[in-house]
Design a protein around this ligand. Structure first.
Ligand code: ATP
Length: 629
C-alpha cells in the first residue's frame, strides 16, 4: 500500500522546517522559549502501511527521519493523512494548525496525543503523531461483549474530560469525540487522538463535490453540528454530546444509532429530537450528567467542568445488589424545570451586588412565579449552591426578600442571557438578530446568530436589545421578502402562508409549523425561518374582520372546511325554518279565509277582518306559488 503513495519532497508551495528536538519527548521541548515550527519535510517521512481508515482520512504507520550534525534518528510515528482539500485552503489549515501547535506547547497540555508536526504529501495534509498501542475502540473490539467496565470508563472519562476542558479554555472544540480517537499507551493511559481536526477544517470545501465534509462523525454529532450555520452555533456544549455518546458506547459496546444510515441519524437527532439511550443502573451523578449531555438545546447541556465533577464524585461509588450507592451523597436533581436544566442555571451563579430580574421562561413571554421584578442581590445563603436561595433587595420594600436563585436572572448593562439582540453595526453577512448566550460582568458577550457557525464574541456596547420572538407566535414573511432564505410554503390561492413558531434554536433560527395547511403523506409542514425576514401576526395587528377571519384559518386547516360546512348548514337550516314558518302561516291564513267564507258572523266583525286580510293572503300565495314554480 505504502508504495502507492509518492512522497514528494517539494510537493507544495510551502517552506518546511525540520522539527528540532526529540518528538517522543515533546513535553521537554514544550518548555522551550522559542518553540520550533510544526512543519516537517515530506521527504523525511516514509509511509509503511495503513493502520486505520477514518471519516477524515487514513492513519498510516510511518517512520520520521531526523538528522543533524550530532544525531541521525528514525522515529516510529503514526500519520493521519486527511482527505484532499482545495489547494488554496491548505495554507489556511496549516496556519490554524500552527496556532494550535504553539498553544498546546505553551500550555503544556497533558493528555493530547503527542504531535510531531505537519506535512503535505502528494497534496494531502499529513499530521504526524506518536505511535500508540491502539485506541479504546480497538480495546473494546478485543473484549467479550465489546464493552468496558464502569471503573475503566470513569478513569478514561476523567482524563479525557480534563484535556477537553483545557482545549475549551483555548477556544478549541474537538467535535470528533469517539472511542477510536481515544488512544492508549502501553500503561493503559488514555490520550485524545483528535484535538479538533473538524474544527480546523471549519469552512473548508473538499475539491470533490461528492464528498461532503461533515463537521464530525454522524453517530456522535450533536443536533447543531449537522448544519452549524443554520442550527448552530457549535460551542463547548457540542462536545458534551459527543462525550456522552462515547461514554454510552464504552459502557454498552454499541455505537449510538448503530446500523442507521446518515440520513436516518439526521432525522432522528435533528428533526425528531431523539437521544441516545442512557442505560439504567448507573450512579445517579453519571446518569444525570449523561442525560444532560443529550439535551437538544445546547444551553441546557453540562460543561466539561460539570461532567468532570460528576465522574470524579462517582469514582468511589460501590456496586451492590444491582444498584450503585453514591458514597458522596445524592447529587441535587438535575432534571429540567420550566425549560431550564440545572446545568443551564449553573453556568451563571449569582453574586452579591448583581442586579437581577425575574427569570423569563425559555422562549416564552411569561416570567417565573416570583414576587421580585427587579432588585439587587444582597446575600447568598450558600455561595456554591446552584439551587440555593438568595436575599434580594427590591426598591420600596423595607427588608430583603428570600427568593430561589433559579427564579431570577442577572442583568448586566441592561442585558440578560436569552435576550434577543442585534448588532449596532449592521454591516454583517449573518442574520442581524440573534440570541445573547452569555453576558459577563465585565461586559463581554457572546451571541448566536443564524448564518454564523460559531459564537459571535464582543462587547455589550456592540449589541442592542430587540423585540423577542416567542414559541406560539404566528409569523408571516415580510412583504419586501421575495426570495426567503429558507423554503416557505404558499397558500392555496397564492401568497405566503402564515405559520406558528414551534421552536426557537439557540441562534435565533425559527422553526415554524403551518397548522393552517392541510398536508398529505410525508409532505413537510415544518419550515425554518430567518427572524430578519418575518413579522409577527396577531388578531390585534389584523386590520378588519376579513383579515381577522383569514388569520383564524391559520390556526388549523380544518377551520375553513368547518366554517364552510357551518355556513351551508346555517343557510339550509335558516331556509328550512323560514319555509316552515311561511307554510304554517299560509295554512293558518287559508283556514281563516275558508272559515270567513263559510260562516257569516252575526256582528259582521269577522267578515270585516277577512276583507282587509285578503290582499295580503293573495300576495303571499302568489309569492309561495312563484317560489314553488
Ligand atoms: N497515533 C496512533 N497510534 C496508533 N494507532 C493509531 C493512532 N491514531 C489512530 N490509530 C489507529 O487508527 C484507528 C483509526 O483511527 P482514525 O482516527 O483514522 O479513525 P476514526 O477515529 O474512526 O476516524 P476519524 O478520526 O477520521 O473520524 C484507531 O482506532 C487506531 O487503531
Amino acid at each position: 500500500m505504502a508504495k502507492d503513495i509518492e512522497v514528494s519532497p517539494s510537493g507544495t508551495a510551502f517552506d518546511y522546517e525540520l522539527y528540532e528536538g526529540d518528538p517522543d519527548h515533546l513535553r521537554t521541548v514544550v518548555a522551550a522559549p522559542t518553540p520550533a515550527g510544526p512543519y516537517i519535510d515530506p521527504a523525511s517521512i516514509k509511509l509503511k502501511h495503513r493502520i486505520g481508515r477514518g471519516y477524515f482520512g487514513d492513519v498510516w504507520s510511518a517512520t520520521h527521519h531526523q538528522s543533524a550534525t550530532d544525531y541521525d534518528e528514525n522515529h516510529e510515528v503514526a500519520i493521519k493523512m486527511l482527505h484532499p482539500i482545495n489547494e488554496d485552503q491548505v495554507k489556511s489549515f496549516l496556519s490554524k494548525f500552527e496556532e494550535l501547535w504553539v498553544n498546546l506547547k505553551s500550555k503544556q497540555i497533558q493528555g493530547v496525543c503527542c504531535l510531531h508536526g505537519i506535512s503535505v504529501i502528494s497534496g494531502k495534509i499529513c499530521i504526524a503523531m506518536r505511535s500508540y498501542e491502539g485506541s479504546v475502540g480497538d480495546k473494546m473490539a478485543r473484549l467479550k461483549g465489546g464493552k468496558l467496565q464502569l471503573p475503566d470508563v470513569l478513569r478514561y472519562g476523567i482524563e479525557l474530560a480534563k484535556v477537553i476542558q483545557e482545549l475549551h479554555s483555548m477556544n478549541v472544540l474537538v467535535l470528533n469525540l469517539k472511542p477510536t480517537n481515544f488512544l492508549l499507551n502501553e500503561h493503559d493511559e488514555v490520550f485524545l487522538g483528535d484535538f479538533g481536526i473538524p474544527y480546523l477544517l471549519l469552512g473548508v470545501q473538499p475539491p470533490d463535490s461528492d464528498l461532503v465534509l461533515r463537521l464530525g462523525t454522524p453517530n456522535y454529532m450533536a443536533p447543531e453540528q449537522w448544519e452549524p450555520e443554520v442550527r448552530g452555533p457549535i460551542t463547548c456544549e457540542t462536545d458534551a454530546w459527543g462525550f456522552g455518546c462515547s461514554i454510552i458506547e464504552m459502557l454498552t459496546g454499541v455505537q449510538p444509532w448503530f446500523g442507521k444510515s446518515v440520513q436516518d441519524i439526521y432525522r432522528s437527532v435533528v428533526i425528531n429530537h431523539e437521544k441516545p439511550q442512557v442505560l439504567g443502573g448507573l450512579p445517579t451523578a453519571i446518569e444525570n450528567v449523561l442525560n444532560g449531555c443529550f439535551e437538544y438545546d445546547l444551553r441546557n447541556r453540562p460543561l466539561m467542568v460539570d461532567i468532570l465533577e460528576a465522574f470524579e464524585s462517582s469514582k468511589n461509588d460501590v456496586y451492590s445488589e444491582g444498584e450503585w450507592s453514591d458514597i458522596g451523597g445524592t447529587l441535587s436533581n438535575k432534571s429540567k424545570t420550566r425549560g431550564f436544566t440545572t446545568w443551564y442555571l449553573s453556568k451563571d451563579l449569582l453574586r452579591v451586588g448583581d442586579t437581577i430580574r425575574s427569570r423569563k421562561l425559555f422562549n416564552s413571554r411569561k416570567s417565573q412565579d416570583s414576587p421580585v421584578l427587579e432588585g439587587s442581590v444582597v446575600g447568598l445563603e450558600k455561595d456554591t449552591d446552584r439551587d440555593g436561595f438568595v436575599l434580594v433587595r427590591v426598591p420600596n420594600l423595607p427588608s430583603p426578600l428570600r427568593v430561589n436563585a433559579s427564579t431570577i436572572e442577572r442583568v448586566t448593562g441592561g442585558l440578560t442571557a436569552g435576550d434577543w439582540v442585534c448588532l449596532v453595526n449592521e454591516n454583517v453577512k449573518h442574520s442581524s438578530m440573534g440570541i445573547l448566550l452569555s453576558v459577563q460582568r465585565d461586559g463581554n458577550v457572546t451571541v448566536g446568530f443564524l448564518g454564523l457557525e460559531t459564537l459571535w464574541a464582543g462587547r455589550s456596547s456592540e449589541v442592542e436589545k430587540v423585540d423577542p420572538f416567542f414559541v406560539g407566535q404566528f409569523v408571516q414573511l415580510k412583504s419586501n421578502v421575495e426570495t426567503p432564505r429558507f423554503e416557505w410554503p404558499q397558500k392555496r390561492g397564492g401568497g405566503w402562508a402564515t405559520g406558528r413558531i414551534s421552536q426557537i434554536l439557540s441562534n435565533g433560527c425559527l422553526v415554524v409549523q403551518f397548522p393552517g395547511r392541510m398536508v398529505f403523506g410525508d409532505e413537510p409542514n415544518m419550515f425554518l425561518a430567518d427572524p430578519d425576514e418575518v413579522i409577527q401576526v396577531s388578531f390585534d395587528t389584523c386590520p378588519g374582520m376579513i383579515v381577522k377571519y383569514q388569520h383564524l384559518e391559520d390556526f388549523h386547516w380544518s377551520i375553513r372546511p368547518l366554517s364552510i360546512a357551518f355556513s351551508i348548514f346555517t343557510a339550509v337550516k335558516l331556509g328550512v325554518s323560514v319555509g316552515k314558518c311561511i307554510n304554517a302561516k299560509l295554512k293558518k291564513d287559508r283556514k281563516n279565509h275558508e272559515t270567513s267564507n263559510d260562516s257569516r258572523a252575526p256582528d259582521g266583525n269577522v267578515g270585516r277582518k277577512s276583507a282587509w286580510l285578503r290582499p295580503n293572503i293573495m300576495f303571499k300565495e302568489g309569492a309561495v306559488t312563484a317560489t314553488a314554480r
